[in-house]
Design a protein around this ligand. Structure first.
Ligand code: PMP
Length: 287
């Protein structure tokens, strides 16, 4: 495995950064998780756009242009000789002193890790996940904007801990007003009477790239999609519930807080969206 670290390609053992890095000390940095299918980088430019938007928002200078970073992505994948996998792209504020001031961290760390991916077993895509809602609340745009894909993932970690304690793989996070926001690292959709709903990002959800791809797929397939806030009640009584994300793709939910969703397995719209999404990833991407 070869890791890109600030212009060099190094082994896993040599991929080391300073304990003074503000990504480590303060969670000061941003990241992307990107998928590679059959040698194509899926939605490469969308991920890079989101990364550069996150960087601009937090005044973090990425020491490479977007084109240069795309080339680095391609080269890192080439050196790892992988055609299918997951790419973690991290830009941290870089080493500074123990104070918060980012002016003392003038040089960002840029790291790219390419790995094989193991997520849910295929059975989970057919039978759906069991999930619960948790008490951890999503940060909303008046605090740390969820549109910034930052290294501050503590609330998502707390959700994961609650999911672990409940013995489930993914959980549902609400915002402070009680509207459904998203999962720990996935966006959420529900289907009711043939209409597909997903929370607008302003309720506290990342602008997921898989989310956007699914919204577009729905339009192409003739499913009506509405981005509007909804509550746990709407989730409990939905005909279908599913999560979307780079790693998870489109994964059905069969149970939420002990309420069985629909038939208790992946419903017809979820199944079709997964099928169409898997067709799309094979053809859509940067070589
Ligand atoms: N929400 C959160 C909090 C995430 O970290 C992610 C990424 N894993 C998603 C949603 C899904 O976004 P994407 O489809 O861009 O992977």
């Amino acid at each position: 495995q070869v890791i890109y670290l600030n212009g060099k390609y190094v082994s896993k053992a040599d991929a080391q950064i300073s304990v003074y890095d503000h990504g480590f000390l303060y969670g000061d940095g941003i990241f992307e998780g990107i998928r590679m299918y059959n040698g194509n980088i899926f939605k490469c430019n969308e991920h890079l756009d989101r990364l550069y938007d996150s960087a601009k928002s937090i005044m973090l200078t990425i020491p490479l242009s977007q084109d240069e970073l795309r080339q680095v992505l391609i080269e890192t994948i080439r050196r790892n000789e992988l055609r299918d996998g997951y790419i973690r792209l991290v830009v941290s504020r870089g080493p500074g002193d123990l104070g918060l001031d980012p002016r003392r961290s003038p040089k960002a760390n840029v790291i790219l890790i390419v790995e094989q991916l193991s997520i849910y077993p295929e059975e989970a895509y057919i039978n759906g996940l069991k999930t619960v809602s948790v008490s951890t609340r999503r940060n909303v745009p008046d605090a740390l904007n969820p549109k910034i894909k930052s290294l501050n993932y503590l609330n998502n970690i707390l959700v994961k801990i609650q999911a672990n304690l409940a013995g489930v793989g993914e959980a549902i996070m609400l915002n402070s007003q009680g509207y459904v926001a998203e999962g720990s690292s996935d966006n959420i959709f529900i289907v009711k009477r043939g209409v597909v709903f997903t929370p607008p990002c302003y309720v506290g959800a990342l602008e997921g790239i898989t989310r956007a791809a699914i919204i577009e797929l729905c339009a192409n397939l003739g499913y009506k999609v509405k981005e509007e806030p909804f509550t746990l009640h709407d989730v409990y009584v939905a005909d279908e519930v599913f999560f979307t994300g780079t790693a998870a793709e489109v994964i059905a939910v069969r149970e939420v807080d002990a309420r069985i969703i629909g038939e208790g397995k992946a419903g017809p719209i979820t199944t079709n969206l997964l099928k169409e999404f898997r067709k799309l990833v094979e053809v859509d991407g940067v070589k």
